[in-house]
Design a protein around this ligand. Structure first.
Ligand code: CTP
Length: 398
C-alpha cells in the first residue's frame, strides 16, 4: 500500500523515522510530509534516505501548485505521527496553511493520528474536544502511552509504540477494502407525514446513525446509497443521497434503488401512520376538539423481508424498554438477518452523537455494543454484518 506519513513538530519526531522504516519493512511505500516545526527536530534528508522518496515540506517549493491534490489521490492512507496539539487543532478545524494540513483536506482515504505531547497539553479540554471531532469524522486515534515524558513529567502523552501504530494502520487498510465492489442501501432519519399543507406528524430521529453507517460503508469501499428523510446533516463523503419526505416516498426510492444492493440497512424511523387524504388547504381552528383518523404507512422493511433474495437485511428497533426482546421480535416478524436495537428517549439515542446497541442475529447470537460514537458503532455493525453473511453462507450455502 502507499502510505503518507505526516510528521509534526514534537520531540517524538525522531520516532517517525523508525515508523517509516517499519512500514517499509511491512512492504508499504512511504511518502513523508514534514511540518516546519518537525524540521526543527529531524532533517527531511533522514526520511528521504529511509524511504527513497523526496520528503515534502514546503507548499511552494514543489513542481506544481496542485501537488497536494495529486499526492492525496495517489495514496491509500494518511498517518500523522507524532501529531502535536497544534496540528490536531488545525486538522479538527480544517485550517490548511501548509503542505500537510492542505493535503489532509484533499485526502479522502482513512486517516490514523498518533498524538504525542506534554501531559497537560494532552488533558487540556481543547485538545480532547479536537480529538473528539476527529474521532467523529471517522479517523483512528492511537492514544499516547503513559510514562516518563521528555518534559520531565509523568503521565499520558508519550507517542504510542510503533508496533501499535503499525497495527492500527493495518486494521484501517484491511477495513477499507472489505466492501469494495458492494452496493449498500441505507435509509436514515424520520419521515414527515403531512396533515395539511403546513403541518405534519414526525418523530425525533436525527438521522445521525444512518448517516454514520453510509459514511462508514463508503469509506470501506462500497457504493453507498442513502435514502434520507428530512434531517439537518451534511451529505457524508462519497455517499449518494436521495432525499425523501414521507414513508410512501421512502418506499418508492428504496424499491427503485434496491436492485444492485447486496446489503440493506433500514436505520430510518419511518412513521407508522399517516393521513391518506391530505386536505389541499390549511385546516382552520373551527372546532374545539378534532380527531385524526390515520391509516398505516407501508412497512418497507417487512416488504423487503418478503422479497429479499440473497440480500443481507438489517433493521433497527428504537425502543424505550425491552430492547433485546423487541429487536428479536422484529427480526422474526420482518424476516431480517440482523436487528440493531437501541434504547431511545434517554441520554443516547435519537439526537445524540453516541449510541449503544444490541445486535440480534438470525443465527441466534446477540452482541452488545457498549456506548461509543455513532461512527464507531457504524463500523461495528458493518463488521458484524460481514461476519454474519459469511456464517449464513456457510450454514445455508446462500
Ligand atoms: N420500518 C419500515 N417501515 C415502516 C415502519 C418501520 O421500514 N413503516 C422499519 C424501520 O426502518 C426499522 C424497523 O422497521 O428498521 C423497525 O421500526 P419500528 O418503528 O421500531 O417498528 P414497528 O414495526 O413500527 O414496530 P412497533 O411500532 O411495534 O415498535
Amino acid at each position: 500500500m502507499r502510505i503518507l506519513l505526516g510528521v509534526g513538530g514534537g520531540i517524538a519526531a525522531y520516532k517517525a523515522a523508525e515508523l517509516a522504516r517499519l512500514l517499509m519493512q511491512e512492504g508499504h511505500q512511504v511518502r513523508v510530509i514534514m511540518t516546519d516545526a518537525a524540521q526543527e527536530f529531524v532533517r527531511p534528508l533522514t526520511f528521504a534516505a529511509l524511504t527513497g522518496q523526496k520528503t515534502l515540506t514546503d507548499m511552494f517549493a514543489i513542481e506544481s501548485a496542485i501537488e497536494h491534490i495529486s499526492v492525496a489521490q495517489g495514496h491509500d492512507l494518511l498517518v500523522i505521527a507524532p501529531a502535536t496539539g497544534d496540528l490536531i487543532a488545525k486538522l479538527a478545524h480544517g485550517l490548511a496553511g501548509d503542505f500537510l494540513t492542505t493535503l489532509y483536506l484533499a485526502f479522502t482515504g482513512p486517516v490514523v493520528i498518533a498524538p504525542a505531547m506534554n501531559v497537560n497539553m494532552w488533558m487540556h479540554a481543547a485538545t480532547q474536544a479536537n480529538l473528539e471531532t476527529l474521532r467523529k469524522r471517522g479517523h483512528r486515534i492511537v492514544d499516547p502511552e503513559s510514562g516518563y515524558l521528555a518534559c520531565g513529567m509523568t503521565g499520558p502523552g508519550r507517542l504510542a509504540g510503533l508496533e501499535t501504530i503499525a497495527a492500527a494502520i493495518g486494521r484501517e487498510l484491511s477495513k477499507r477494502r472489505d466492501l469494495d465492489g458492494e452496493t449498500v442501501l441505507i435509509t436514515a432519519g424520520p419521515t414527515q407525514e403531512p396533515l395539511d399543507p403546513v403541518r405534519y406528524i414526525s418523530n425525533r430521529s436525527s438521522g445521525k446513525m444512518g448517516y454514520a453507517l453510509a459514511e462508514a460503508a463508503a469509506a470501506r469501499g462500497a457504493r453507498a446509497i442513502l435514502i434520507s428523510g428530512p434531517v439537518r446533516l451534511a451529505p457524508p463523503r462519497g455517499v449518494e443521497v436521495v432525499s425523501v419526505r414521507t414513508a410512501a416516498e421512502m418506499r418508492e426510492k428504496v424499491l427503485e434503488n434496491l436492485e444492485p444492493a447486496g446489503i440493506v440497512i433500514k436505520a430510518a424511523a419511518v412513521a407508522d401512520f399517516h393521513l391518506s387524504k391530505v386536505p389541499d388547504h390549511k385546516v382552520k381552528k373551527t372546532a374545539a376538539r378534532i380527531t385524526l383518523e390515520l391509516d398505516p404507512t407501508p412497512d418497507i422493511l417487512a416488504e423487503l423481508g418478503r422479497n429479499k433474495g440473497d440480500r443481507l437485511l438489517i433493521g433497527f428497533a428504537a425502543e424505550t424498554q425491552n430492547v433485546e426482546q423487541e429487536a428479536r421480535r422484529k427480526l422474526e416478524s420482518k424476516n431480517c438477518d440482523m436487528v440493531v436495537g437501541n434504547l431511545v428517549g434517554g441520554e443516547t439515542g435519537f439526537e445524540s452523537d453516541e449510541n449503544e446497541a444490541v445486535l440480534v442475529m438470525r443465527t441466534g447470537e446477540t452482541i452488545s455494543l457498549p456506548r461509543a460514537p455513532k461512527r464507531e458503532i457504524a463500523d461495528r455493525v458493518l463488521d458484524e454484518a460481514l461476519k454474519l453473511r459469511l456464517a449464513l453462507y456457510a450454514a445455508h450455502g446462500r
